[in-house]
Design a protein around this ligand. Structure first.
Ligand SMILES: Cc1ncc(C[n+]2csc(CCOP(=O)(O)OP(=O)(O)O)c2C)c(N)n1
Ligand code: SF4
Ligand SMILES: [Mg+2]
Length: 330
């Protein structure tokens, strides 16, 4: 077997235990404070040098490859907006075929595809579903900045209720133009794909090392796996770049973005917003210009939806059914 610098995927306990090598470094043009860029940095650091990444169209393609510069140290390939899933399957299948034919050395090479909330959560959902039904080792990371950020902040299926986007500008007649509640993609994929043994949600920077270790766990469990990250975006969410980590932390502590892992069908909470006092969702909302138009009544409504998610759902934050099985009425 060829000698590699492949790292074993034990849990990392302190920052000092993380690899020094950066796999995503200078040479990108993402905004200051871009949490999606932190997702790129941390997944590639956690996965290490024997990794191939494919990335769907979006900020994490365009801002990372403009004008013949790139921050990627690992091999990276752009793929079409809805093709995160199929690019991961194709890459993994190609590696398997090349190894079987003896054209490249037998070794573990991580295949990680990333896609945005529009590219993965809306447009490419069927391709991800297909990928999660295979027996290939691959990890799909859906980085969710809650808009089509690259094309100037249009609403997607994953944009928070009430948020201003270029598709949902508040007006004098209609204050709230974004009426949908966020699409619950990670549990949808976990429930419907028995071949997928690992699904998680994460934030790049809070709690520290949580995302890093989730990437490592997904890669060590193997087969097709999926992680959904929650990425504050200073441009689209309209706040000063210095507050990105703080806003991510508030999103988790308020419970509006649930943090969990689903391993072989068992849910465990990385931040249990049922047991800990939830920070009022107001504190998360008022720090962002995209919610500047909402009034107390709207905040109360969003708070009631978050409370219902944690207090009434069958599996809090994950499965929105209430009250268990009812006997048939007819
Ligand atoms: C099939 C197709 N339709 C539309 C576009 C234009 N387009 C490029 S990036 C993008 C937004 C992608 O949004 P998302 O997946 O959330 O990634 P983000 O830009 O937020 O990082 C759009 C609509 C495209 N490249 N391909
Ligand atoms: S618009 Fe948002 S997602 Fe895109 S590079 Fe800027 S901060 Fe990152
Ligand atoms: Mg997006």
């Amino acid at each position: 077997m060829a000698e590699t610098t492949f790292i074993p995927f034990e849990k990392v306990k302190t920052v000092r235990d993380t690899p020094l090598e950066e796999m995503y470094t200078s040479g990108h043009r993402t905004c200051q404070g871009c949490e999606s860029a932190m997702v790129m940095r941390h997944f590639s650091k956690a996965a290490g040098p024997r990794t191939i990444a494919t990335g769907s169209t979006g900020c994490m393609y365009v801002a990372n490859t403009s004008y013949m510069t790139t921050p990627w140290i690992i091999p990276w390939m752009h793929t079409q907006l809805g093709a995160g899933g199929s690019s991961a399957v194709g890459t993994s299948a190609a590696l398997r075929a090349l190894m079987r034919k003896g054209k490249i050395a037998e070794e573990k090479i991580n295949v990680i595809a990333f896609c945005g909330d529009l590219g993965g959560g809306d447009m490419g959902l069927s391709g991800i579903s297909a990928a999660l039904q295979t027996d290939y080792d691959l990890l799909i990371i859906l980085y969710d900045n809650e808009s089509a950020a690259n094309t100037d902040i249009q609403a997607t299926g994953m944009t928070t209720y009430g948020a201003q986007t270029t598709f949902t500008p508040p007006g004098t007649k209609h204050r709230i133009m974004q009426h949908r509640w966020k699409k619950n993609v990670a549990p949808m994929l976990a429930v419907g794909h028995p071949t997928c043994r690992y699904v998680a949600t994460a934030s790049a920077t809070y709690p520290p090392l949580d995302f890093h270790n989730k990437v490592r766990k997904a890669l060590s469990i193997g087969g097709p796996t999926f992680i959904h990250t929650f990425d504050p975006c200073p441009k689209g969410w309209d706040y000063h770049p210095q507050y990105s980590r703080e806003i991510g932390e508030l999103g988790i502590k308020s419970g509006i973005f649930p943090l969990y892992e689903i391993i072989d069908g068992t849910v465990s909470y990385s931040y249990d917003a049922r047991k800990r006092a939830r920070t009022p969702v107001r504190e998360y909302l008022v720090k962002q210009g995209r919610f500047a138009h909402i009034i107390d009544e709207d905040i109360d409504y969003i708070q009631s939806m978050v409370d219902s998610m944690w207090n009434e759902w069958e599996i809090p934050g994950v499965a929105p059914f209430k009250g268990g099985l009812e006997p048939a009425k007819n």
